[in-house]
Every structure is written in C-alpha cells, then in structure tokens.
Design a protein around this ligand. Sequence first.
Ligand code: HEC
Ligand code: HEC
Length: 278
Amino acid sequence: MMVKRTKIAVLSAAAAGLVMSGYAFALPEGVDTVQVTATAKDHPLDEIYSGWHFRTPETQALQQDDFENPGFLWVEQGAELWETVDGSEQKSCASCHEDAADTMATAGAQMPKWNEALGKPVNLEQQINLCRSERMGAKPWKWESSELLSMTAFVRNQSRGTPVEVQIGGPMTPWFEKGKDLYNTRVGQLDLACVNCHQGYYGQSIRADRLSQGQSNGFPTYRLKWQKIGSLHRRFKGCMDQVRAEPYKVGSDEFLALELYVNWRGQGLPVEAPAVRQ
Ligand code: HEC
Ligand code: HEC
C-alpha cells in the first residue's frame, strides 16, 4: 500500500509559535488548530494543547513535513506489513480490512475500546495483536518491537486529523476512574504525580525540556533522543522513571487505564501520529 505524504507549508508566524493554523493536516471542519476548548463535563483543563505547541520551531517543522519526519520510516514499514500474509489462516490485515485509508480513518482516534470477549478495554497495540492471534493464527508481536511500532504508527497515521474521542461510560467507567486515580497519585522519590507536572506547570521549562500537557494524540512518537519511534506506554514509563518511581509494565492494566484517562484529557485534539519530539 502506498503511503501518502504531505508537506505543510510552514507559515513564518506559525514557526514563531504565534499562529497555530497552517499546522493543519486535512482536518475535519471546525478542527483546525492544535488547541481546543475542553467541552467534557468536569474537565480539569480549560484549553487543551497538543504537545506540538510546546516544541521548538525546528522540531515543529520536522513533524509538519512528512518527507523529513523520520517517523515515516515506521509508517512505511507498517504499510508493507499491512499487506503481508502471515499465520495459519494465510491472511494479511488487508484480507479483512482492505484499504486502511478508509477502514482505519477513525479507529486510531477511538482506542482503547471495550472488548466484550475479554471483559476489558483494549488499546491499539492489543487490538492489532488480537487480530494476529485470533483472526490470522499468527504470533502476537512483542511490545516495542519494530513490527508492532510500525503497525501502530501506520494505523494511527490513517486516523491523522480525526479528533480523539474515547468512551468512558458503562463498563469503561471503572477503568477511567482508575486511570484518573493513577494520574493524580504522587509516586517515586520525587513524590510527584502526572498532574503536578502536566497540569500545574505546562509551558514551563524543566531541565533542557519544556513541559507540555502530556497529551497522547501524537503517539507513537519519533523521539530525537531515542532515535526511533516509541509507544505511549514507553513514554509513561519514562515519566515514572524521571520521578524515580517503580514504573508499571508496558501493556499493563495500569497503563491501559492511564491511557484511557490521558486520551480523555486530550479529547478533541486531532491525531498527529507520528509526532516528532525532542
Ligand atoms: C517531573 C515532571 C513529570 C511528571 C511527574 C510526569 N511527566 Fe510526563 N513528561 C515530562 C516531561 C519533561 C516531558 C517531555 C516534555 C513534554 O512533552 O511535556 C513529558 C512528556 C510526557 C508525554 C508526551 C507528550 C507529547 O506530546 O509527546 C506524556 C504522554 C506524558 N509525559 C505523560 C505523563 C504521565 C501519564 C505521567 C504520570 C505517570 C507523567 N507524564 C508524569 C515530565 C513529567
Ligand atoms: C480474518 C479477518 C481479520 C484479519 C486478518 C485482521 N482483522 Fe482486524 N478486525 C477484524 C474484526 C472482525 C474486527 C472487529 C473487532 C473484533 O471482533 O476483534 C477487527 C478489528 C480491528 C481493529 C479495530 C477497529 C475499530 O474500528 O475499532 C483494528 C485496529 C484492527 N482490526 C487491525 C488489524 C490489523 C493491523 C491486522 C493485521 C495485523 C488485522 N486487523 C487483521 C478482523 C480481522
């Protein structure tokens, strides 16, 4: 499958961080900035900003140009895997889901979703692996493997521009509440919660970095520091390491609950994957 790439003309004002339009990919009507007003009831933030907003003009520009964005190496690999037959059923993703540009245009913006059979929510990585094991008779890919990262980047990129929207009602509610608790609980030797940095101090400098709201709409994200793409759970782990807490495992129920809650905090932001970060 061909990966469509675009280059967004960087307006000089946008590069200077003054104007946020010009950033827009093909966004749905009414969604044309990296900043939206929180509409959800009881949302702790008035304004929601994509992490893009807080990066340097150089990093912003790198993300805006699909031909320069190194994350597209993974998207390209994902496109190849999409059509690769694997497993005892001799099927590829495309055998069932056909053209990802159509079938995956919103899926990437709506995970985690409730899975009736498992009686729990599943995120994108887990859904991909469920399709592999249950539908293809293929081995699940390891978390943070180049295959799983590539497929996640590819599927999320098909949903680029679609506003994040997650279900938190019904059986999802206890998971949402658990995620909210984790977000607000101080941990580690530094005794800090996610909320302390990402709600209390966004926009401010911390070491050589500038704090964002810790939004998830750009994941998986290419990090210049990692020299590769990484999952949202890897980022969560990194943040817990920073405060010298014992991090949960990637793919754990704790991080799944946290992902649901963090996605809800960014509800309305367009998916940007693959984003570029320092
Ligand atoms: C000591 C402050 C601190 C704490 C506490 C912290 N983080 Fe972070 N976090 C950072 C810094 C610094 C970065 C990199 C700059 C940025 O995007 O804010 C970051 C980045 C992120 C990002 C990536 C944002 C993007 O746009 O790429 C996410 C998501 C995130 N944090 C989530 C969390 C979660 C969830 C927790 C709680 C488990 C947490 N953070 C706790 C400092 C912190
Ligand atoms: C044999 C058919 C089949 C194959 C092959 C298959 N899937 Fe699926 N997939 C499904 C079905 C059916 C669903 C609906 C949810 C469920 O029951 O698991 C689904 C759901 C999904 C979803 C969630 C869609 C949404 O709107 O929530 C994603 C993402 C996905 N598959 C990705 C993949 C990827 C990536 C591959 C290849 C690695 C793949 N699937 C291979 C049948 C398949």
